[in-house]
Design a binder for this molecule. Sequence first.
Ligand SMILES: NC(=O)c1ccc[n+]([C@@H]2O[C@H](COP(=O)([O-])OP(=O)(O)OC[C@H]3O[C@@H](n4cnc5c(N)ncnc54)[C@H](OP(=O)(O)O)[C@@H]3O)[C@@H](O)[C@H]2O)c1
Length: 360
Amino acid sequence: MMKQYRVGIIGCTGMVGQRFATILENHPWFTVTALAASARSAGKTYEEAVGGRWAMKTPMPEFMAKMPVYDAEKDIEKIVSLVDFVFCAVNMKKEEIRALEETYARHECPVVSNNSAHRSTPDVPMIIPEINADHVEVIEAQRKRLGTKRGFIAVKCNCSLQSYVPAIHPLMDLGVTKVLACTYQAISGAGKTFETMPQILDNVIPYIGGEEEKSEQEPLKIWGHVENGVIVNTNTPSITSQCLRVPVSDGHMAAVFFSLENKISKEEIIERWEKFRGPAQELELPSAPKQFLHYFTEDDRPQPKLDRDLEGGMAVSVGRLRPDTQYDYKFVCLSHNTLRGAAGGALLMAELLCAKGYFD
Ligand SMILES: NC(=O)c1ccc[n+]([C@@H]2O[C@H](COP(=O)([O-])OP(=O)(O)OC[C@H]3O[C@@H](n4cnc5c(N)ncnc54)[C@H](OP(=O)(O)O)[C@@H]3O)[C@@H](O)[C@H]2O)c1
């Protein structure tokens, strides 16, 4: 039997934190032993701290409801004594998050983060386990910099790119020269529901702060390589994006255009998508989808409402691949933003780190 690990959720009351709570309820390797949020929630039970904010379709896990919520900053000694590692998804200023995550790491507590604060730190890996699992090796250099034996930070990429980076990845050896991606993003990505974001009904909001920069730059780190203890970003493909908020509860879509140096047929591209497997599948990580990329032949798929929950919300759906007049091809793709795009993606990364011994 696999060894069991104790885990904390920092930001447990938030949209991503609630997702962590639900997907960790029956996890075969990890058990939630500590919950933390802001001083506003500290001292309450999880149930009291969340109050009317519970936004998941399944009820709050029973064993967590009565657990105490700690103050993520003030109770750090207590929290690290209760866990083997933490997930972190908090809504704070960038500098505050950077400091908070480093403090946990320096207390010898590994941090698997959904926050963007450390995504461009060169010795912090940003891993999609099917794509760049080899970036774990940079952790050794990070531990040296932090002066830790166990503690380190690993981050999950932004949810906007979670559909198109996986779809483009199996084509990268053909020389992908340019990518244009327009995203249609769900309101849960802003920590909102239709009740808390009524202005989205019958509407589209053409701005999501910081999202376009993340969509264009983060893929270049994911496709980068480790050299002398840092991740060196790639400089191709050149990526341009526009990100829109649409009236959808969960599931980010993208309309994508791309060009290749070495042309292949539509059928060959679909075959590459269907055959694609990565370390997450090879290691049989508990949260890994069996089939990462699903190609739909129907003209009206994928759709968020119908397809976001494919393989527990951990797969990526692709459809409508066809030639384009300005780029070589265009297609649409979809991924569940709080599952694969946030908590689920972080959980899969944690499973990879665990399987490779980084939590021992
Ligand atoms: N939603 C997504 O799909 C998504 C995807 C990828 C990444 N992210 C990132 O994940 C993080 C959380 O997003 P979210 O949507 O879950 O936000 P959210 O629903 O607003 O939740 C924010 C969480 O942060 C906690 N918090 C706020 N100030 C704090 C403090 N000073 N110390 C400790 N905890 C504090 C809140 O606790 P209280 O309840 O006590 O205030 C709450 O648990 C953000 O960095 C976001 O960019 C979100």
